[in-house]
Structure formats: C-alpha cells, structure tokens
Design a protein around this ligand. Structure first.
Ligand code: CMC
Length: 469
C-alpha cells in the first residue's frame, strides 16, 4: 500500500494528485524555458509504504524533475525492507535522470532539450538537431559551421571495413549487416574507445553519427550487388545519404530537394525518444563501461524488433497482406481476437496522437505530391485502415493511435527505399539519441552498473540424481 504523505497534500494541494488537470497543466506550462537543473527532493513530500503483514512503515522521498511525474526514490528499499519492486517492462520505473528528451504521452508532447518537435522540424535541420541533443543548446553560426565540418569529415569509413560486407550473404537483412559492422568499428577506431576521456567520447560519437549513413547505404548497395558509393562532402547529411543509396558510378544522380528535405525531417523525428527499448539497451550496455561502438551495436539489435524500430517494415508487410480495402474488416476482427497486431498503432507512452505521426502524415502527403504518387493504393489502404481503427471501440478503449511508423513506411516506399532498409534508416536517425544518452550516462559521477533484480520462481535447492552408466 503506498500512501502520499499528508503534509504534502495540505501544503501543496495542487500537487496532491498527478491526475488533477490543473496540476498537470501547470507542470506542462513550465518546460520550454525552465532551466535544466539537478533533481531535487522536496522536503515536505514523501511517500510511506506500509507492509500490511508486519505493520512496519517505510518512508521515501519524492524527487521532482523540471516537468513530468514525480518519482519515488526507492534506492534504499531493499536495504530497508528486504524486498524488491516488480515492474516488468518498466511501466512505472524511471531508470535514470536525463535532461535530453521529454515526452508527455497523455498530451502528445515531445520535446528535445525543451524545444517542441513541431518547432524543431520547422526551423532546424538534422545536424542542428544532433548538436542540440548532444550539447543541450542549438549551435550559433560558428558552432554550426564547425559541427557540420566535423561530421562531414568523419563520414568515410576505414577502407578495410568494406571487406566486412563481403562476409555476409547478399540476401542478409541490412540490420544484420549493421549489427555486425557497427560492432566491428571498435576494431578500427581504438583511439576513441577510452570512455573516461571526454574528447574520445566526442570523437566516437561524431564517428558514429557520421558513418551510420555510409554503413547503412553500403548494406543496401551490397544487397543489390552495386558498387559502394562514397560520401560526398559538399552534400548535406540527408542528401548525402540518399546519394549513397541511389547513385551509381555510371551516371550523375541528383537528389530531389523535396525528398532530401523530407528525409531530413524524418531523421529529426526519429532522433531521440528518451528511455525507449534501444536507448535503454545502449545505457545498460554502457553501464558496464563497454566501448561506445559495442553499445550502439546493441542498440541497433534492440531497435530491429517489430515492436520497436522494426515496426515500419512490419506495417508495409501488414498492408501487403491485407491487400485490399475489402479485407480490412476481417483483419480488424483478427486483431481484436488477438491473432494479429495492427502494426504502427499503439505506444507505451503516447496515449494520444503521437506528435511524430502528425508531422509524418503531413510529410507523407508532400512527398507523394512531389512524386505524383498520391494514388498509391498502399496509402489509400493505410488511410482507410486508420479511419476504421480510430472509430473502433477496441482501439478507442485502449487509447491506440497511429505512431510514427504507421506513415513512415509509406513515405519510404514512395521514395524508392526498399522495405528492408526502413529500420536501418531509423538506426541512422536514432544514433545521435543513443550517443547523447550514452554520453549523459557516462558523464554522470553517480553512474553505477545497471543490474536489475528478479522474482525467482524456479526450482528450490535439490540434488542432482545419480548418473546412469
Ligand atoms: N494492435 C492491437 N492491439 C494492441 C496494439 C496493436 N498495435 N498495441 C497494443 N494493443 C493492445 C494490447 O493487446 C493490450 O490489449 P489488452 O488490454 O486487451 O491486453 C493493450 O492494447 C495494451 O497494450 P500493451 O501491449 O500493454 O502495450 P505496450 O505499452 O506494452 O506496448 C507497443 C506498446 C508499441 C509495443 C504495442 O502497442 C505494439 O506492439 N504496437 C505495434 C508495434 C508498433 O507499432 N511499434 C512501434 C512503436 S513506435 C516506434 C518506436 O519508437 O519504437
């Protein structure tokens, strides 16, 4: 039984209930300008936990961030009570402190370093966003120039890495190739694996942000048997990536500015998303002081799953399986019977529209206009599926809305990006989030190795039966 301390209720009634709309609104009004500051424990706010068997009570401080739900500090709980907490999937557990990204899932809010995502996509490019996520502030003109130069000049990979690709089958999934090649970077860049050296951490981060498009584009080129295209320094990040994917040495290839802009926006939308599965994987891997390349490879592996970054690929597969609008009711029926999932719908945190999905839907229409593909039957199918689902009590009751992946697959398809490259593209974008979160963790003097506990319900002690001869 968890009770909030009475003193806190009387002294600060506005904060007595996290559900109180006024309290929530007041909290939300703070964020953008509120300076990031270390977490504080409020003197008058504690929570008391009572063991109803023994009658013993234990009191814990409540920590307050700059915005968002308060957090009960249970670090001494095991020492106090001899008990662990049980929270599979971390639905109620803050695993770290962070100043990078904030999400309010009920309100459909996403902010990087306090700036709403809708404003960032209108005013910044992807590299500005990377700088912001890594450094906490947007760059000034000189900082922008230097950062762009530094990232651009790290985009080439060690030539010997090209040999790695030849060890994979041509039909290997590009995510399998990326897990291998990114993990292998540690074997090439020894001079940026000392995690105690801030300069080396920065160099490793720059290397991964810069090289990821090259590595992903080459995974695609390898799968179709075309020569690798090297990065071009005069191109901007998104344009360069598209060029490496689609150019060949035989003829000039001009990337459409509309498509490059859309790609840039898609990269921004995917750049970070606080403590999601892959980011938590990167943090957990890094908590053992593993080298950064290994940690990001672990993040890529986690991202690959269809419940996470693999959902964009899964959406397209689902739409292909449905095939026709007339099959939607049967498909929805199978979802309600738990025989299938409506991929691209639902989110652990967003219980309202995913703000990324809104921008993505708009971008989708712009891209389809530019390419003259507005009559894409896949889009018509997706729009109809979304309409039906949004009006169905199954999805309404569970607060299941389209997430970022519902429309991204349709845009990627229109851009000519093969389905197997959808998730690698997500990895290219998310790399900056991973390295920013990893750096934040490593720089924290209070960092400890991540080591969850368990509720063991296996065999109790027993003897090995005699071996039969
Ligand atoms: N289709 C059908 N039912 C669903 C779906 C879905 N896509 N998502 C959740 N539900 C149901 C689920 O079966 C459960 O129903 P019930 O209460 O009857 O048991 C209820 O909704 C709550 O779902 P949950 O599994 O407890 O939710 P979760 O927070 O554990 O999972 C999720 C979140 C994103 C993994 C899940 O919604 C899902 O698998 N969605 C489809 C995959 C997808 O689109 N993933 C991309 C996420 S956004 C990109 C990213 O950042 O990774």
């Amino acid at each position: 039984m968890v009770k909030k301390a009475k003193s806190a209720r009387t002294k600060n009634p506005a904060k007595s209930s996290r559900r109180a709309p006024a309290a929530k609104a007041a909290k939300r009004a703070l964020p953008a300008q509120a300076p990031a500051s270390p977490t504080v424990a409020k003197k008058d706010h504690t929570v008391t936990l009572t063991d109803n068997l023994s009658g013993k009570s234990f009191t814990y401080k409540v920590l307050d961030g700059t915005v968002g739900p308060e957090v009960i500090d249970i670090r001494s709980l095991y020492a106090d009570t001899g008990m662990f907490t049980y929270d599979p999937g971390f639905t109620s557990t803050a695993s770290c402190e962070s100043q990078i990204t904030y999400i309010d899932g009920d309100a459909g809010v996403l902010m990087y370093r306090g700036y709403p995502i809708e404003e960032i996509v209108e005013t910044c490019d992807f590299l500005d966003t990377c700088y912001l996520l890594m450094n906490g502030e947007l760059p000034n003109a000189a900082e922008k120039k230097k950062f762009n130069y530094d990232i651009t000049h790290h985009s080439m990979v060690h030539e010997q890495l090209a040999q790695f690709y030849r060890g994979f089958r041509r039909d290997a999934h590009p995510m399998a190739v990326m897990c291998g090649v990114v993990g292998g970077l540690a074997a090439f860049y020894h001079d940026s694996t000392d995690i105690t050296d801030a300069r080396q951490r920065t160099v490793a981060s720059y290397r991964m942000i810069a090289k990821m498009p090259t590595i992903a584009a080459w995974a695609y080129k390898y799968s179709i048997g075309q020569p690798f295209i090297y990065p071009t320094n005069e191109m901007r990040f998104a344009e360069n990536f598209l060029h490496m994917m689609f150019a060949t040495p035989c003829e000039r290839y001009d990337v459409s500015p509309v498509i490059a802009k859309a790609m840039d926006r898609i990269l921004i939308l995917h750049a970070d998303h606080e403590q999601n599965a892959s980011t938590s994987t990167v943090r957990l891997s890094g908590s053992s002081d593993a080298n950064p390349f290994a940690c990001i490879a672990a993040g890529i592996a986690s991202l690959w799953g269809p419940a996470h970054g693999g959902a964009n690929e899964a959406v397209l597969k689902m739409l292909a399986e449905i095939g026709d609008k007339k099959n939607i009711p049967d498909f929805i029926k199978s979802v309600k019977e738990k025989k299938a999932k409506l991929m691209g719908f639902g989110h652990r945190v967003y219980k309202n529209f995913d703000p990324r999905a809104k921008v993505m839907a708009r971008t989708c229409h712009e891209v389809l206009d530019e390419l003259g593909k507005h009559d894409d039957p896949m889009l018509a199918l997706a729009v109809e599926l979304e309409k039906i689902a949004l009006n169905d009590p199954y999805f309404i009751d569970r607060k299941l809305y389209p997430n970022v992946d519902f429309y991204s697959g349709i845009i990627f398809r229109a851009m000519g990006i093969p389905v197997s490259m959808f998730t690698p593209l997500f990895a290219v974008a998310r790399t900056v989030g991973w390295v920013s979160q990893w750096n934040e963790m490593i720089s924290d003097p209070g960092k400890r190795i991540g080591r969850p506990r368990q509720l063991y319900n296996g065999q109790t002690i027993r003897k090995i039966p005699g071996l039969k001869k």
